[in-house]
Design a protein around this ligand. Structure first.
Ligand SMILES: C[S@@+](CC[C@H](N)C(=O)[O-])C[C@H]1O[C@@H](n2cnc3c(N)ncnc32)[C@H](O)[C@@H]1O
Length: 594
């Protein structure tokens, strides 16, 4: 075995009893725990095994009681715990410093720093106080080809380092570097190892003394196992040195940031949890699946039991049950003990039209999400991540599937309806010929022509969308003044227009394609103005704006561009950006000319 490995254990919850609490050094408080639950017992109908801890960097979770208030209590299940809301936030990880199963004695050392809820609890703990302890849920077993150990850390890592040194077989070569606040915080460690221990006293050394000491270590012969823990930013140069300079492979290197300067343990724990929750993909995918399957509609129609719901949605009951448990946990539905499903008010949203447009696999608009798995490709190349992920362009996807195409065109027409009147106001006394390039199903051109009875229009669009536009023009009576060119805007464009319009087109393309479209326009338009309708990035952009912008970049290599970026694109096409005026809160009308 030439790699460290993690071995999981069933996780058990015990209520332990404080036997003693005393300061070990100025920076460390030792709490001694005992009680019957260090042994085996029964909990919620499950057999709890005796406490065990096998390796020095094991940890347990302590549920820290606040004064006068017990933390929410996890419920023992078969080998795992159900954590009620708020319980994880109250838990802190600690190393079992020493465990004596015969004496029934578990020692835990707490760094005594001000403001830490665990430290405050430890310092004021009295014999007879009780605390809930979960785990260890597993243990990291070092590889068995190790010739010597290099252990590095600050006082938060000291319990593990001291335990390690104490427990290693006689004569094992160990080099340890421990940073503590001052000389008084050094600890006596009983051991039989071949130990080279350096203490760093932070009150008397430079802030980079620990990484400097690590770089100065006399390298011992043979295979090293390096373990480091403590403040995260202090460990960064240590990690770089051990990994990149000393070339220690992953299997022999274990580095964990236990805490972060400027952030309390509590804040750090909450920040970690928040990040984990934000990046987790399960819930976003689960909601999309539920919307695509029409789960909310079925439940609203009275299909309540799991089996009937599985039948109605064409799914496997076992999988559907898992999906519903997660949705229930996140507050979108409830599942009764009998397995009957009901929607919450939030869950009822899943049946609404706008949710289907955004999330249903049957909606073209929702397919924009298929670009995300190749965000990295888009970032590295500036090209479409969607094309890389799906194997064809987004527009090809829509062109090949009438349902996706129609739903996308409809969603877009809906969006354009929000600003189409602004463009009529921005381009008054319109007559002559308007050429709308990439004009979708004609929402904008139709509205312009209805407002300007003498104007005529040409719509340039891909064939399937162009056909849908024709229906609109027929219905509104503008068809006689409109010519539809079912063609790509990468081909020669109709010349002789009095104005050219590209609404929300350039944000769908990388720079090179934008320039190529603009060059064709320059030829066709001659002296006529070319109007772009686009969103410029703003300092006040909301999360949704920023997320959608990144999505457009991922899917198309496009996205919002600044006024300056549009000026550069125009320049590259031999044109000039002459004007940029706000059209709505979100959109600008930019004018480009020869
Ligand atoms: C974001 S939509 C904008 C539609 C319309 N201008 C609006 O604002 O509602 C972009 C349009 O470009 C069209 N499109 C994509 N590739 C095209 C191409 N090569 N030639 C012509 N149109 C294209 C799409 O079909 C789509 O309707």
């Amino acid at each position: 075995m030439a790699d460290r490995r993690y071995v999981s254990h069933p996780i058990f919850l015990r209520e332990l009893v404080v036997q003693d609490s005393f300061p070990l050094t100025p920076s460390m408080q030792r709490v001694v725990l005992g009680g019957e639950q260090l042994g085996s017992f029964d909990s919620n109908g499950h057999a709890v095994e005796p406490f065990r801890t096998e390796n020095a960097d094991d940890h347990v979770k302590l549920l820290i009681p606040a004064p006068g208030e017990e933390p929410p209590r996890p419920v023992q299940q078969d080998g795992h715990l159900d954590w009620p809301p708020g319980a994880l936030e109250r838990s802190r990880d600690y190393t079992p410093r020493r465990f004596d199963p015969v004496e029934g004695r578990l020692e835990i050392d707490f760094v005594r720093h001000a403001g830490g809820s665990a430290a405050e609890w430890a310092v004021s703990a009295k014999p007879g106080d009780r605390i809930l302890v979960a785990g260890p849920r597993g243990t990291t077993v070092p590889p068995d080809d190790v010739d010597w150990y290099l252990l590095i850390g600050d006082e938060t890592a000291l319990p593990a380092i001291a335990r390690w040194i104490e427990e290693l077989p006689a004569g094992t070569p160990v080099t340890a570097i421990v940073s503590v606040p001052s000389a008084a915080d050094e600890q006596h460690i009983e051991h039989h190892a071949d130990l080279d221990l350096t203490w760093i006293h932070r009150d008397r050394t430079a802030s980079d003394a620990l990484p400097a000491a690590v770089r100065a270590v006399t390298w011992r012969p043979g295979q090293v196992y390096a373990w480091a823990a403590g403040e995260a930013s202090m460990l960064r140069p240590v990690r770089r040195w051990l990994r990149d300079d000393k070339k220690i492979d992953r299997g022999h290197l274990d580095i964990s940031g236990y805490w972060r300067a400027g952030q309390s343990q509590n804040e750090a724990a909450i920040a970690r949890m928040r990040l984990r929750k934000r990046v987790d993909l399960a819930f976003p995918y689960a909601v999309r699946a539920a919307v695509s399957l029409g789960v909310a509609e079925q439940v609203a129609d009275g299909v309540r039991s799991l089996d009937l719901l599985a039948e109605a949605t064409g799914t496997q009951p076992r999988g559907l049950a898992k999906l519903l448990r997660l949705l229930a946990h996140e507050g979108l539905c409830t599942v009764s003990a009998q397995g009957d499903v009901a929607l919450t008010a939030d869950g009822a949203l899943l049946a609404e039209e706008f949710v289907h447009t955004a999330l249903d696999r049957a909606s073209g608009y929702a397919r924009l999400d298929d670009g995300w798995p190749q965000l990295l490709h888009a970032l590295r190349t500036g090209r479409s991540g969607y094309e890389r992920a799906v194997g064809r362009t987004f527009w090809e996807t829509l062109g090949d599937d009438a349902q996706l195409g129609t739903s996308f065109d409809d969603a877009l027409a809906e969006r354009s309806r929000g600003w189409v009147d602004r463009i009529v106001e921005a381009l008054p006394q319109l007559d002559g010929l308007v050429v709308d390039v990439g004009g979708g199903t004609g929402t904008v051109l139709d509205r312009l022509l209805l407002a300007a009875p003498k104007a005529r229009g040409i719509l340039v669009e891909m064939p399937t969308t162009a056909a849908r536009a024709r229906d609109r023009f027929i219905a509104s009576g503008t068809i006689d003044r409109i010519e539809i060119r079912a063609q790509s805007f990468f081909e020669e464009l109709p010349a002789g227009g009095d104005r050219y319009l590209l609404a929300g087109v350039l944000h769908d393309w990388p720079d090179a394609e934008c320039v190529s479209i603009l060059r064709r326009l320059a030829v066709a338009a001659g002296p006529a103005p070319i109007h772009l309708v686009e969103r410029l990035p703003e300092a006040a952009d909301h999360t949704e704006d920023l997320a959608f912008d990144l999505q457009l970049y991922t899917v198309f290599g496009g996205g919002a561009r600044s006024r300056r970026e549009y000026a550069t694109l125009a320049d590259r096409a031999g044109l000039r950006l002459t004007d940029a005026v706000p059209l709505t809160d979100e959109l600008h009308l930019l004018t480009i000319r020869r």
